[in-house]
Write a protein that binds this ligand. Structure first.
Ligand code: HSE
Length: 421
């Protein structure tokens, strides 16, 4: 029996597009042998002639998206532009023409998922996005194809390499935030606009995608609580260490009694937690399923070949299908899921206090009155007082902080970081 021949077009030949091109070129025979599909890159769309030349892809260059969409020999379109436009419009065109699409574009997917699904439904092709979250680590198909015997109850992930690199260096070397960010940009981890990384947007897009798949319910992007790392002070990382914690920017979601909470913010984790050992630009996703218990997937969340690896896995997966995957999950309730905003966690709070008797007792009393019991205290000679609370709801903590700031012995609340026990 002859092998199935599948034509691919690549939109963009930058870092990941170029990596994908190289993998498909160099591993064509291996994929044919192992998977029985002969995958040929038939078209590429990139205006950078030097890049086309460098990759030896000049003869494949298309003039515009229409040339690709109208080519009957292109079955799969893989997109590497990043950002919402023109990626969204080009992919909708491709889907409506009956192509399957493969993308790493987490922002576009999180913002335009329904539109893409509808276009895929009209055209009959598939929508594949393994590379959108945690780069080369197969988190998407783990959630969709390897955990069917579970109700997933929580996700915790380090899903952004830039912020993990910054926090790891702040923690291990005591280097200030600004210097670490510059270095992350120099090393090429950061997005074009680093706000996408450091303000938690990138992690929120990934949380939206991962949580929707995990709970088989749509988790809307605009309902995900988001806080970045730009206000983090090395002092708090060091005090946290003394208390047995490691600081990470986490994408967290939980599903309890049909309610989903989803958030992205800096979190102290117990230093013995497996996620605390994930350093530098590496990513990891920690999943709890009610049958399998805890699992953790770890690896490179960015880069040409790691992300290219995930893209190629989608291309091979799509190439082998006659009936395509469009809806990664069925809507159970016909719409968006219920999102709980008043999530619970423990809290690390650093106060600047005056040298006054009884301030700790007064703070503890004010917190207890608001239903936020204090668990641990760390006191320094320079007027620094740190408390770690037991688990409490956000609104109760906001009330407790407001009450504490009214106390005569308290100068100010200098830092407030959530703790995931
Ligand atoms: N800027 C992203 C990161 C790239 O740092 O993880 C991968 O999505």
């Amino acid at each position: 029996m002859s092998a199935k021949h599948v034509g691919v077009a690549l939109l963009g030949l930058g870092v990941v597009g170029g990596g994908t091109y190289e993998i498909l070129r160099d591993k064509r025979d291996m994929i044919l042998k192992n998977d029985g599909v002969d995958i040929e890159v038939r078209r590429v769309l990139d205006r950078n002639s030097d890049r086309l030349k460098q990759l030896g892809a000049e003869s494949l260059a298309a003039r515009d998206i229409d040339e690709i969409v109208n080519d009957p020999d292109v079955d799969i379109v893989a997109e590497f532009f990043g950002g919402v436009e023109p990626a969204r419009s080009f992919l909708i065109k491709a889907l409506e023409a009956g192509k399957s699409i493969v993308t790493a574009n987490k922002e576009m997917l999180a913002k335009s998922w329904r539109e893409l699904e509808a276009a895929a439904e009209r055209g009959g092709g598939g929508l594949y996005f393994e590379a959108s979250c945690v780069g080369g680590v197969p988190v998407i198909r783990t959630l969709t194809d390897s955990m069917q015997g579970n109700a997933v109850t929580s996700l915790k992930g380090i899903v952004n390499g830039t912020t993990n690199y910054i926090l790891s260096r702040m923690s291990d070397e005591g280097v200030e935030y600004g210097e670490c960010l510059k270095e992350a940009q120099r090393l090429g981890y950061a997005e074009a606009n680093p706000s996408a990384d450091v303000d938690g947007f990138d992690s929120s897009y990934k949380n939206c995608i991962l949580s929707s798949l995990a709970y088989r319910r749509r988790v809307p992007l605009d309902r995900i609580y988001r806080e970045g790392i730009s206000k983090i002070n090395v002092k708090d990382i060091a005090y946290g260490k003394e208390l047995g914690y490691t600081l990470k920017l986490l994408a967290i979601s939980k599903c309890r009694d049909g309610r989903v909470e989803a958030r992205v913010h800096p979190s102290f984790l117990p230093s013995a937690h497996p996620l605390a050992a994930v350093k530098g630009p590496f990513n990891a996703l920690y999943i709890h399923g009610d049958s399998v218990d805890d699992i953790m997937l770890y690896g490179r969340g960015a880069g040409a070949l790691p992300t290219g690896s995930a893209i190629v896995s989608d291309i091979v997966f799509a190439a082998g299908k006659d009936t395509h995957r469009r809806f990664a999950f069925e809507l159970e309730d016909g719409g968006d899921t219920v999102i709980s905003d008043d999530f619970s966690s423990a809290h690390y709070i650093r106060f600047d206090v005056k040298n006054e008797e009884g301030t700790l007792a007064k703070i503890s009393g004010a917190f207890a009155k608001c239903g936020v019991p204090v668990k641990t205290v760390l006191k320094k000679d320079d007027g620094t007082l740190i408390i770690v609370t037991h688990e409490a709801g956000e609104s109760a903590v906001v009330r407790a902080l407001a009450a504490a700031e009214q106390l005569s012995g308290v100068e100010r609340v200098a830092a407030h970081i959530r703790v995931e026990e």
